[in-house]
Design a binder for this molecule. Structure first.
Ligand SMILES: Nc1nc2c(ncn2[C@@H]2O[C@H](COP(=O)(O)OP(=O)(O)OP(=O)(O)O)[C@@H](O)[C@H]2O)c(=O)[nH]1
Ligand SMILES: [Mg+2]
Length: 350
């Protein structure tokens, strides 16, 4: 799963990338370099299980993050910008908007960027429809009728300035157009990048963006990229003291990553043992049998059953004996739909 950072020039994209990836790529250099990293998805459940089980190894879920130049931020006047294959291939986008500089206009910038994406998709669709309808005329080939109809619906939505993700395409319709990698088809997290002075007002600022939130499609997070980046270099104790000084309980970056993860439609199930406590990534809606493939294809192939306990029950009961006595271990078959936070032991035979 890949997450791409977009935003207008000098909005703090690389700063946010550094904060999320724990890297120290130079910021403010206007360079058009692409930065990439595998980032850990912070998960307090993994930490808590590890505290109980004391394993030799702790592994968090990971997603790929990249920072690639792309949009101009000029809105409708953007002309013809080249969108990199990286951005096109992203599964979801983080849009960084400048709310820190003296003349910041974050909401206008956000709208411009959204307009720009709508425009890029509209011109992409126009040329696709041109080609496909001409081909239909020439050859009488009707095989793409359905696709043409979906593209026309997307086109109409874009003309009304509605992002494609808002149309509510059915899953199989979505599949038909996925290969075109439209920008407004991707879930979007707006990261409002505030200055240090605004940190005490972060919640209030977030609330002022509530009207653009659309569950599973669009989210907002408010953070100070610069401070988050400074946190990266600190050890746990220094970080806690630093956050405390600022009156913050947890790094905003954790929230950004967790919200992105949810926007990607991903959930985690957990496994635990002396050897390792680990979070595994699966798309929401996976059955127990398919979820097993996240660990190893043999588990999917030779699936017998899943022994499942909820995270909350595990934390409360802690030991196998207590879990057994309380009858909280469920035996689930291959069609069981895995829930976020399930602690699972797979039984399989190959
Ligand atoms: N005060 C303050 N400055 C910030 C913040 N975030 C970024 N900056 C500054 O804004 C400038 C641009 O930051 P970058 O992270 O390089 O921005 P960018 O969007 O990657 O820029 P380009 O890649 O050149 O488009 C740098 O001088 C940063 O130090 C912030 O939260 N507060
Ligand atoms: Mg940059």
């Amino acid at each position: 799963m890949r997450l791409g950072i977009i935003g207008k020039p000098q909005s703090g994209k690389t700063t946010v990338f550094n904060a999320a990836a724990g890297q120290e790529v130079a910021v403010g250099d206007f360079s058009k370099a692409v930065h990439r990293a595998q980032i850990k998805v912070p998960d307090s459940r993994v930490d808590k299980l590890a505290e109980i089980v004391n394993p030799r190894k702790i592994t968090y879920a990971e997603i790929e993050l990249f920072d690639a130049p792309g949009l101009s931020g000029q809105g409708k006047d953007s002309g013809s910008v080249e969108i990199s294959a990286d951005l096109r291939g992203a599964d979801a986008l983080i849009m960084v908007v400048d709310a820190f500089s003296a003349d910041a206009r974050p909401k206008a910038d956000m709208q411009n960027l959204i307009d720009e994406m709508i425009l890029l998709d509209a011109s992409h669709i126009e040329s696709l429809l041109d080609k496909k309808t001409r081909k239909r005329q020439l050859s009488g080939d009707k095989s793409e009728e359905r696709l043409i109809e979906i593209l026309q619906r997307c086109q109409q939505a874009l003309e009304q300035e509605t992002p494609i993700i808002e149309i509510g395409l059915a899953d199989e319709e979505h599949k038909l157009i996925r290969g075109f990698t439209f920008l407004t088809e991707k879930p979007l997290l707006v990261a409002v990048n505030i200055g240090e002075d605004l940190i005490p007002r972060a919640d209030e600022i977030a609330a002022s963006y509530a009207d653009i939130v659309s569950p599973g499609k669009r989210e907002v997070a408010v953070l100070c990229g610069k401070i988050e980046m400074e946190l990266v270099g600190l050890d746990d104790a220094d970080r806690a003291a630093f956050l405390n000084d600022l009156g913050i309980t947890a790094p905003a970056m954790d929230v950004v990553i967790q919200k992105s993860y949810a926007l990607l439609g991903l959930i985690s199930f957990l496994t635990q043992g002396e050897k390792e406590v680990r979070a595994w990534t699966i798309p929401r809606g996976f059955s127990a049998q398919r979820a097993g493939s996240a660990i190893h294809s043999d588990i999917e192939r030779g699936f017998i059953r899943a022994e499942v306990i909820t995270y909350d029950d595990f934390v409360e009961l802690q030991t196998p004996a207590a879990i057994k006595a309380a009858g909280k271990m469920r035996l689930e078959g291959k069609d069981y739909i895995v829930a976020d936070g399930d602690v699972i032991l797979f039984r399989f035979n190959v």
